[in-house]
Write a protein that binds this ligand. Structure first.
Ligand SMILES: Nc1ncnc2c1ncn2[C@@H]1O[C@H](COP(=O)(O)OP(=O)(O)OP(=O)(O)O)[C@@H](O)[C@H]1O
Ligand SMILES: CC(C)(CO)[C@@H](O)C(=O)[O-]
Ligand code: BAL
Length: 281
């Protein structure tokens, strides 16, 4: 049976009960679990002796006009999926357990957070770094797993771990996709049928740029133009950004060199905002 932990004290007692020789793997999530999340649980299980997940829809990373209140919360189904995946424990804190009403200490990463999603979701990564550091301090994992689907989030967390000397190893899990290429996301359930049909055009636009890269194109502006033109063919999709960036600094680049590049897209389909990306080189 999976152990359900709702308070910080319960997590600490569970953590303290583990043999000190055992390695603990941690997978933070916002729930509404799908096969992408489960692949991260499996990755954690392969690299650790015990695995703990968290499910917490973190209010601090949602903007005032975002989908915090309607974010899906199918908790019984999530627990069944975690149990079936062989996860040992799950932390399900209520909001007041993590955020006292007068909380006044927050974590801000000032460089890689400012690009891409950070530029269009002000305060989002401050919410992510704050909650992830808090979760790390509560769970004290040896390793933590994040999905490449949220590529910028991976870069931000890796930077925080480096800059703050956190003793946790970060692993990235590859993007799990539907058969038609759409990256799995908890937000896909918001899509109207016609938007769901249109959505794989996002991945196709990344693939179009990858094909050009494999054909020898190294000019970042040319690759971005190919990706944007491909996406422009799908009228139901309104791109927010389609960028070619340095994979670690997330700064714009002119030419793709030995370090490769991150192709990153965010787009709206109706009221639903989806992101996707692809690493080159
Ligand atoms: N398709 C996927 N493949 C691999 N990992 C994923 C995938 N989707 C999400 N993840 C990862 O799961 C972790 C928890 O993410 P989260 O709970 O926000 O799910 P999500 O499906 O990305 O939801 P959202 O729709 O809010 O973006 C993150 O590390 C995220 O990168
Ligand atoms: C890492 C995370 C669980 C922090 O709330 C969230 O941003 C997510 O689900 O990717
Ligand atoms: N996986 C990203 C969480 C968010 O969009 O808030």
């Amino acid at each position: 049976m999976i152990t359900i932990l709702r308070t910080i004290a319960e997590v600490r007692a569970w953590r303290d009960s583990l043999p000190s020789t055992e390695k603990l793997g941690f997978v933070p999530t916002m729930g509404a679990l799908h096969a992408g999340h489960i692949s991260l649980m499996e990755l954690a299980r392969r690299h650790a002796d015990r695995t703990i997940a968290s499910i917490f829809v973190n209010p601090l990373q949602f903007g005032p006009n975002e989908d915090l209140s309607k974010y899906p919360r199918p908790i019984e189904q999530d627990l069944a999926l975690l149990e079936a995946a062989g996860v040992d424990a799950v932390f399900l804190p209520p909001v007041h357990e993590l955020y006292p009403p007068d909380a006044s200490t927050f974590v801000t990463e000032d460089s890689v957070s400012s690009h891409l999603c950070g530029a269009v979701r002000p305060g989002h990564f401050r919410g992510v770094t704050t909650v992830v550091l808090k979760l790390f301090n509560i769970v004290m994992p040896d390793l933590a797993v994040f999905g490449q689907k949220d590529a910028q989030q991976c870069v931000v967390i890796e930077r925080m771990v480096r800059d703050l000397n956190l003793r946790v190893q970060i692993l990235r899990g590859p993007i799990v996709r539907e058969a038609d290429g759409l990256a799995l996301s908890s937000r896909n359930i918001y899509l109207e049928p016609a938007d769901r049909q249109a959505a794989p055009a996002i991945f196709r636009s990344l693939e179009a740029a990858r094909k050009a890269f494999e054909g020898g194109e190294r000019d970042a502006a040319a690759l971005a133009a190919i990706g944007r033109a491909s996406l422009a063919g799908e009228p139901r999709i309104s791109p927010q950004y389609w960028e070619v960036r340095h994979p670690q600094s997330l700064e714009p680049i002119a030419t793709i060199g030995a370090e490769g590049a991150l192709l990153a897209v965010a787009a709206h389909l109706g009221n639903t905002r989806l992101i996707d990306n692809l690493l080159l080189g």
